[in-house]
Ligand binder design. Structure first.
Ligand SMILES: Nc1ncnc2c1ncn2[C@@H]1O[C@H](COP(=O)(O)OP(=O)(O)O)[C@@H](O)[C@H]1O
Ligand SMILES: [Mg+2]
Length: 392
């Protein structure tokens, strides 16, 4: 059918035509935002889940909802290898300039900008800090050289500036699993201090399941400070809505067995639903979309995923990592016992531990329970068997 009218939207962080199955989660976030907007406390939200489940989209939605309530949200992405102070500095500067413009007579934002200028002196230890500030650093604030102390003072200053203006600062941090544990500890401590001072700074973060362990190890009280929310695949009803509603809004139809075939092929994973929906629409000659169209779509959708979604992750692996992951794939979808993987590779678990750790750090694998290993990318086992037919 007409590709111009194709409603489906596969892509990282792309708003779907129907944000299906997330009403409860969005409502919880909205309650938290409403509380914050009224100057009450709310725990920071941490969204965790596998790749392609819709975390980035939800983070964007929560940010939008925050702005709609007059709160000030900044988007912060944690790219692999970037230091926490470096990734916070520029967004915080933008946020503070916005607060300053809002009510320039109040001095808190200028003071926080000076604290940020002090904070930026951490450049000695974190050389990737790039922000430039045309204010004088605030002496004695956020300039100790210790990340935990300085970040705490900086966020307290941000909180004061927001409070003066009867608003709140929301830090929306994506891919937070890439933040190093020592830096995560500083962030958690800073948020803790801000919460204790009852200042309006909250974090909403998203990342892979390993962030649960990382945060707990960084600070044992992280569990009480944050509200962890799993972003899982969609149940059958929500997955049906994700496919059927966008089609019906275009005044087109899809046959029931065609919908069921999409549910089966995608297992309800949001990214895959968008990919299958898009291909089924494009391949269908007309309405309704049939089972045959979906079967054809499976071929082209898989080819597209193999060339992009799966491929970019595969390309980041070393040859030994590929072999480890291929051995896992031999055992199926997982999770798998580390011992079983080692046995298949003819090695000791301890010998393979560095490879496994590196794969976890890269965001390829995670450990759902002690001694277990699983893929962070759904259906990666099938891809591995396609791209490396033999375990050699
Ligand atoms: N609730 C949902 N219903 C339907 N499609 C969704 C939903 N959430 C996300 N998607 C789609 O899934 C894909 C991946 O979303 P994204 O937020 O990038 O996932 P993640 O950040 O978890 O990897 C996007 O194409 C998006 O449009
Ligand atoms: Mg994402």
């Amino acid at each position: 059918m007409d590709p111009v009218r194709n409603p489906f939207a596969p892509g990282a962080g792309t708003r779907p035509p129907e944000l299906a199955g997330r009403d409860d989660l969005i409502e919880r976030a909205e309650i938290a935002l409403d509380r914050i907007a009224r100057g009450r406390q709310a725990r920071s939200f941490i969204l965790y889940g596998l790749r392609g489940t819709g975390k980035t989209v939800l983070l964007g939605k929560i940010r939008q909802d925050a702005e709609a309530r007059g709160l000030h949200a900044v988007r912060i992405e944690a790219p692999e290898g970037r230091s926490l102070p470096a990734m916070l500095a520029a967004p915080l500067r933008a946020l503070l300039l916005k607060l300053d413009r809002l009510e320039a007579t109040k001095k808190g934002a200028q003071r926080a900008l000076r604290a940020l200028a002090s904070f930026a002196k951490l450049k000695v230890s974190y050389s990737d800090i790039e922000v430039t500030l045309d204010v004088e650093p605030e002496k004695g604030v956020a300039d100790s050289g210790d990340l935990e102390v300085d970040l705490t003072e900086l966020l307290l200053a941000v909180g004061e500036a927001a409070k003066e203006r009867d608003t709140a600062a929301i830090l929306a941090i994506d891919e937070i699993q890439y933040v190093k544990e020592s830096e995560m500890a500083a962030l958690i401590a800073a948020l803790h201090a801000v919460a204790q001072a009852q200042l309006p700074v909250t974090m909403v973060a998203a990342g892979l399941p390993q962030l649960l362990g990382q945060m707990g190890r960084a600070k044992s009280y992280a569990e009480r400070l944050f509200e962890y929310v799993e972003v899982a695949r969609l149940d059958a009803g929500a997955a049906r809505n994700a496919i059927v509603l966008p089609i019906e809004r275009e005044d087109e139809e899809i046959e029931r067995d065609a919908v069921e075939a999409i549910l089966k092929a995608t297992q309800g994973y949001p990214y895959f639903l968008q990919e299958w929906g898009k291909h089924a629409w494009d391949l269908a000659f007309g309405s309704p979309i049939t089972l045959q169209d979906v079967e054809n779509a499976t071929v082209t959708a898989v080819a597209e995923l193999d060339a992009s979604f799966f491929r970019v992750r595969f390309d980041r692996l070393t040859p030994t990592e590929k072999r480890y992951v291929r051995a896992m794939a031999e055992l199926g979808a997982g999770p798998h016992r580390s011992g079983d993987i080692a046995e298949l590779l003819g090695k000791q678990v301890t010998q393979l531990a560095p490879i496994r750790n590196s794969l976890i750090k890269k965001g390829m694998l995670y450990s759902p329970a002690h001694g277990d290993t699983a893929f962070t990318v759904p259906m990666f086992d099938e891809f591995m068997r396609r791209i490396m037919p033999e375990l050699v």
